[in-house]
Design a protein. Structure first.
Length: 135
């Protein structure tokens, strides 16, 4: 008799836990223009940058990663800083990010732009708030 009540309790407990599982979500963090503003690159002008085959090959041999896109998304600010948007291959999809580099090439800030569509992936990842100006 007690054994049956334990199984009933376990069954209801299991069912209850299934009902409380969070559903998947989709979250877009920043657009390119919002990231420009957040990083202090407002008013930057678009610069056409296309890597040559030799440049792409040089990058590949230096870091061991294939260059997937030879056309880059680059903006130059009035102060000489560079705002660059690129992407990396994540677990399920490409994740976009923006970085602001100073005139000397030092990183001044980074923002994640990707749109995550999978449950729990990217949720509260602590990867935001890097837009604080660095010198």
């Amino acid at each position: 008799m007690k054994r049956r009540s334990i199984f009933k309790t376990l069954s209801w407990g299991t069912l209850g836990s299934l009902l409380l599982v969070p559903k998947g979500f989709s979250r877009t963090y920043l657009t390119t223009s919002q990231a420009m503003s957040a990083l202090g690159a407002g008013g930057a002008r678009k610069v056409n940058v296309t890597l040559t085959a030799a440049q792409a090959k040089s990058i590949q041999s230096a870091i061991g990663v294939r260059v997937r896109h030879k056309t880059m998304q680059v903006w130059k600010t009035g102060g000489g800083s560079w705002f660059i948007v690129d992407n990396v291959i994540g677990k399920h999809e490409n994740n976009d990010y923006a970085v602001l580099l100073s005139r000397s090439g030092a990183e001044r800030g980074i923002e994640v732009l990707f749109s995550e569509k999978h449950a729990r992936d990217g949720h509260d990842c602590g990867c935001h708030g890097f837009s604080v100006s660095r010198t």
